[in-house]
Design a binder for this molecule. Structure first.
Ligand SMILES: NC(=O)c1ccc[n+]([C@@H]2O[C@H](COP(=O)([O-])OP(=O)(O)OC[C@H]3O[C@@H](n4cnc5c(N)ncnc54)[C@H](O)[C@@H]3O)[C@@H](O)[C@H]2O)c1
Length: 307
């Protein structure tokens, strides 16, 4: 079976590719390397360095005839989305619609879409299940909500996975999303750690568990919407304590006020996916952190030109 992974040179995508290759799938990937790195990609995986909006994408479908698509390519920065909503519109909505159109034309068996807990906005109850109302607080979140709706209306077999906060090796520590990679990088390099607030909670899920969920989604040809999360609420202060203890660092962080608009608490109910896919997070936070710390302590990130 052949799987086309978009965004396969990125953080989550590169782990999805590895998971699929390890389970004997034939994998091809598309990535424009805007935030991804060729150094993240296994050498034997066929890679098309293309934007998902490029008309040549159809050539990839025609030539490769994928059985499944796992669509992870996206503009992922909330701040960038607020500065330039067109970025998200172009990649996350229009790019996705182009892919689902081709998926239908080329009889793809299942289309898996990487959505986000961001679609729920400020929760009205916890843990957040898939029936919670959607409330976009950023253009990034709006683009994920819109893409979900397009996929739903398109009438193709599809599986929407709403990831909570994903962490692990290869996450871009220069960005804003991966608080874990930011903390680890700062501590490993002996830098000052800034904590904005600290009492806010998040649901951290290890990237290899997320990659396994993506594989199970195509294997079971599942349809519908599923939260992919640990189901465990952890405060940023607790998280920093776990990381400092694991590294053996006693640096005192600099506390700053919580950023305006930041959600105070978030944890996702994962019982739907547990029942449907027989999936649960195999990695505890301490196991995932151990692997992630090991990565950042030993590996220097590949720095390749973008675009
Ligand atoms: N990391 C998280 O915590 C998290 C949480 C929820 C949802 N997600 C979703 O998971 C997916 C993967 O995110 P990630 O954290 O691995 O980010 P990432 O930036 O590492 O990966 C995105 C990949 O897509 C590629 N890309 C971007 N625009 C493209 C385009 N127009 N054409 C082709 N390739 C393009 C990038 O080069 C990159 O390799 C995204 O859809 C993101 O919205 C991530």
């Amino acid at each position: 079976m052949k799987v086309l992974v978009t965004g396969g040179a990125g953080f989550i995508g590169s782990h999805v590719v590895e998971e699929l290759v390890n389970h004997q799938y034939e994998v091809v990937l598309i990535d424009n390397l805007v935030t991804g790195f060729l150094g993240n990609v296994l050498t034997n995986v066929k890679t098309y360095q293309l934007d998902i909006n490029n008309p040549e994408i159809e050539f990839v479908f025609d030539r490769e005839r994928p059985d499944y698509i796992i669509h992870l390519a996206a503009q992922v920065s909330v701040t960038a989305s607020m500065k330039d909503p067109l970025l998200d519109l172009q990649t996350n909505i229009i790019g996705t619609v182009k892919l689902i159109t081709l998926a239908k034309k080329y009889n793809v068996k299942n289309f898996v879409f990487a959505s986000s807990a961001a679609v729920y906005g400020e929760p009205t109850y916890l843990p957040i299940d898939e029936n919670h109302s959607l409330h976009a607080l950023s253009f990034y979140s709006l683009s994920k909500c819109s893409a979900e709706k397009y996929i739903g209306l398109y009438g193709l077999n599809s599986c929407i996975l709403r990831f909570s906060n994903v962490y692990g090796p290869r996450q871009n520590a220069d960005g804003e999303a991966g608080v874990i990679s930011i903390f680890i990088n700062k501590l490993v390099q002996g830098g000052e750690v800034e904590v904005f607030g600290g009492c806010q909670t998040r649901d951290f899920v290890y990237v290899k568990d997320v990659a396994r969920a993506c594989r199970l989604a195509i294997e079971g040809q599942h349809n519908g919407v599923y939260n992919i999360s640990s189901g465990i609420e952890t405060s940023i202060k607790e998280l920093l304590t776990y990381i400092s203890d694991a590294i053996g660092d006693a640096t005192i962080p600099v506390y700053k006020p919580i950023r305006v608009g930041e959600i105070e608490r978030s944890v996702l109910d994962n019982s739907k996916v547990s029942q449907a896919f027989d999936w649960r997070a195999h990695y505890s936070l301490s196991e995932g952190l151990r692997e992630t710390i090991h990565y950042y302590s030993t590996v220097s990130r590949p720095k390749l030109p973008m675009n």
